[in-house]
Design a protein. Structure first.
Lengths: 455, 160
């Protein structure tokens, strides 16, 4: 590894004694000896296994649920439906006042995506739980479903989620998150070049090697210990407390060791129902996603559509940018209202543009609920923005790297969402990239600085 | 359900258990015997996290029935360090930063061990081929390959 200390040398205070030095990872000795304890490495006598009965339909009314045959299946200890869950309708981000509660722990009267949890079966063995789950009879009335964001936003589209009342998340700013900066139409009017392009992505599954799950043990003091691979320990603890209507002091969460997460383990899905199972049976409970569930049921990265219209001058300055972003939340919010909002702040990219107009929609469809994944809300946006930047450079007839130097944000520049730029390093990164990739740019760009006045 | 007896050697010590017929070796090792170093990532033979060594051969313990292992000599990553001293592969994985989440690591080390037992001086292509059945979703393949090559060099220096 090469550490270039000449960049920012005049403004850096420390001597960087640690950065650039290899240090052993504290968890590696456990990993190489097989001693690291993942949640599923805990095994308790009398542990029950939880399997979920899931919706085979994208959108349907539940007429009736018959669990009688499942309850008679050998090895079955308990069958749970919506009425067993103390606070069945929840939403993860209610903890930071992002509501309304819009998702059921177990489906109540309706399913809104294919794979939605309807009935939980607890049995002595995984096999018995699986066999009994197949004996649960659910009578569905199939409803029209919508899978495309723009279709979902049209008048007359099937309503996905009644808790919202419309197929988009209602922000305090209205039907979308808005950024308004300067006068975007005036910017387009003065521009020498206009480029409008549309970019789309599909959902992406994290596919961690360790599937989502937890093991819950009832303790002797009325408390429950939940061993989990959640990436969001306190969100999970607090949401479990709400769903179970149980004080947090009754819940002891043990985690931190995750066999690959990538954002896919920040939803609160397996823990509350497993704790409820342990409470109602008095036995330890294991609820672990099968590989199929991990691929089909766990939240993927949201599908996104990004429409970008840019106005640029012959000299390379971008003078106006208008973006409409769509985030496919699937049937429930989870983290998507937040992801779409992040996109609104991000779409100008690391560039200083005087006139910006951004609308981002968080849209509900009858697809698998999406949620967090590595930079969600900005990653697909960055793909769209940087492809757009290359296309713009080609349109103007400029070198794509020099085009980015011209527009790069620098310390003190005001961003479209009214945050002043500080600690910028884009110019220095591009200077080093120019050297490392042997992609020369004009000397005036190599003399630029993110922070030195006049450079 | 009727139980069947199984008896095998695990990392040098004798093990005997009664299991339900049809139990995988992975579940027998983890749930009955308490060796949780083999991991269950897919339970369908595609990820390699459950890899163990049976009579010198690399095997997927999630696709191996425990009752077929009577009399076998089974080795797992939990038994690799001798007297508290890490095996050269374990040392190399540590030094090369070849672990991230660690879930694939025990399986990777088993696959690498079988390779080095047979091919003490493998080429890079040999290493890639030997690890091709083991998925690392953190995508740390390059340090893992380097770790195996480093361990091979350490082995040959010790032998010389």
């Amino acid at each position: 590894m090469e550490l270039r200390k000449d960049y920012f040398a005049d403004v850096r205070k420390d001597g960087l004694h640690e950065i650039g030095q290899p240090r052993p990872r504290l968890d590696s000795p456990g990993h190489v000896t097989g001693k690291t304890t993942y949640f599923a490495d805990r095994n308790f006598p009398g542990m029950l296994h939880l399997k979920m009965v899931r919706s085979p339909h994208h959108h349907a009314r539940i007429r009736s649920i018959d669990t009688s045959e499942a309850e008679k299946h050998p090895g079955v200890v308990r069958v749970l439906t919506a009425r067993d869950v103390p606070h069945n309708v929840y939403t993860i981000l209610i903890l930071i006042q992002v509501g309304p509660e819009d998702e059921t722990v177990l489906a109540d009267g309706k399913v809104r995506w294919k794979g939605e949890a309807v009935v939980a079966v607890l049995a002595e063995t995984e096999r018995a739980a699986q066999e009994a789950a197949a004996k649960v009879k659910v009578d569905y009335e199939v409803l029209p479903a919508v899978f495309d964001m723009e279709e979902a936003l049209k008048p007359g589209a099937p309503l996905v989620n009644e808790y919202h009342g419309q197929n988009y998340y209602l922000y305090d700013s209205g039907e979308c998150r808005k950024v308004r900066f300067g006068d975007v139409e005036a910017g387009f009017a003065q521009a020498d070049h206009i480029l409008e392009q549309s970019y789309q992505s599909s959902p992406i599954e994290h596919a961690p090697t360790e599937t989502t799950g937890c093991v819950v043990a009832p303790e002797g003091n009325d408390r429950f210990t939940c061993y989990t691979n959640t990436q969001a320990m306190f969100f999970t603890l607090d949401n479990a407390s709400i769903i179970l209507q149980m004080p947090g002091s009754k819940l002891h969460f043990v985690g931190g060791t995750v066999g690959g997460g990538f954002g896919g383990k920040v939803d609160v899905i397996v823990e509350p129902i497993a704790i409820l199972g342990a409470k109602l049976t008095g036995r330890p409970v294991s609820f672990v996603y099968s590989r199929e569930e991990e691929m089909q049921i766990s939240s993927p990265r949201a599908a996104e559509k990004v429409v970008i219209k840019d106005g640029a001058m012959k000299d390379g300055r971008i003078v106006a940018r208008k973006v409409t972003g769509y985030t496919d939340a699937g049937a429930y919010s989870r983290h998507s209202p937040y992801g779409a909002q992040k996109g609104a702040a991000h779409y100008p990219g690391p560039y200083t543009i005087p006139n910006v107009w951004i609308d981002t929609y968080c849209v509900y469809t009858n697809r698998t609920p999406s949620s967090a994944m590595r930079g969600f809300g900005v990653t697909i946006g960055d793909f769209a923005l940087e492809v757009q930047m290359d296309k713009l450079a080609r349109l103007i007839g400029m070198d794509p790297l020099e085009f980015r130097f011209i527009n790069a944000y620098r310390d003190g520049d005001m961003k479209a969402h009214r945050q002043p730029t500080e600690g910028a390093a884009l110019i220095e990164c591009m200077q080093e990239a120019s050297r490392a990739a042997n992609w020369p740019v004009a000397e005036k760009y190599m003399a630029m600085s993110s922070y030195r006045k006049g450079a | 359900m009727a139980k069947v007896p199984v008896q095998f050697t695990l990392n040098g010590s004798e093990k005997a258990e009664f299991i339900e017929s049809g139990t995988t070796l992975l579940n027998a090792l983890r749930d009955k015997i308490g060796d949780t170093s083999p991991k269950g990532g897919c339970h369908q033979g595609t990820c390699g996290a459950c890899s163990v060594i049976i009579d010198g051969e690399l095997r997927l313990s999630c696709l191996t029935l425990a009752e077929t292992c009577n009399g076998a000599d089974i080795k797992t990553t939990a038994g690799l360090a001798e007297g508290g001293v890490l095996h050269p592969l374990q040392r190399a994985f540590l030094d090369a930063f070849a672990t991230q989440c660690g879930f694939c690591t025990p399986g990777m080390i088993m696959a690498a061990k079988v390779l080095l037992d047979r091919t003490p001086n493998p080429s890079r292509d040999d290493v890639v081929e030997a690890l091709s059945g083991n998925i690392c979703r953190c995508t740390g393949y390059e340090p893992i390959i380097q770790a195996v090559l480093t361990a091979a060099r350490a082995n040959s220096q010790n032998a010389a």
